[in-house]
Design a protein around this ligand. Structure first.
Ligand SMILES: [Zn+2]
Length: 163
């Protein structure tokens, strides 16, 4: 009895995005949590998307406000308080950051991005999550971003709705 050589195929088949896997041990080919698509409308891998910024914030900052916003969503999925605090503008940055226990992030949709001027931008998005009790929530927010010394920072939310 011969078995089909499926090892390579099964190793390449990355888990579909949407349901965040437990942190750690994800293959480099795994779809990025933020759900960004490439030019051919295929989901980008974590290592080609937000992973570049999360794993080397000092060396490779997110190049624009939308990329920073997406990488911060991915940092929430992965409970990366260090990245969230580092990319929060110092004027608004909290001292510490707690993650709600049991929350599962289900997906991100960027609704709008607007350049206010060269160093200020806004991004509107909807993030879906399920809380520890199993209830689904839709968090919609319009965020403001500012660029200083060539780096984009999250400033604050000017509209926020949770349903
Ligand atoms: Zn991403």
């Amino acid at each position: 009895m011969k078995e089909a050589p499926t090892l390579i195929a099964s190793r390449i088949a990355a888990p579909r995005g949407g349901a965040p896997a437990p942190s750690g041990g994800r293959a480099a080919l795994a779809v990025c949590d933020c759900g960004r698509l490439d030019a051919r409308q295929r989901p980008l891998a974590y290592a080609q998307c937000c992973g570049r910024y999360l794993d080397d914030w000092a060396g490779l900052p997110a190049p624009d406000a939308e990329s920073l916003m997406r990488s911060r969503y991915t940092a929430f999925v992965r409970a990366r308080a260090d990245y969230l605090l580092a990319t929060w503008h110092v004027s608004r940055r909290p001292a510490t950051l707690d993650f709600d226990a049991g929350v599962r992030w289900l997906g991100l949709e960027v609704k709008d991005r607007k350049a206010v001027d060269a160093d200020h931008a806004e991004v509107a998005f909807v993030a879906r999550q399920r809380d520890a009790g199993g209830r689904a929530h839709r968090l919609s927010e319009r965020s403001r971003f500012v660029r200083e010394d060539g780096r984009w920072y999250y400033l604050d939310a000017i509209e926020i709705n949770k349903g």
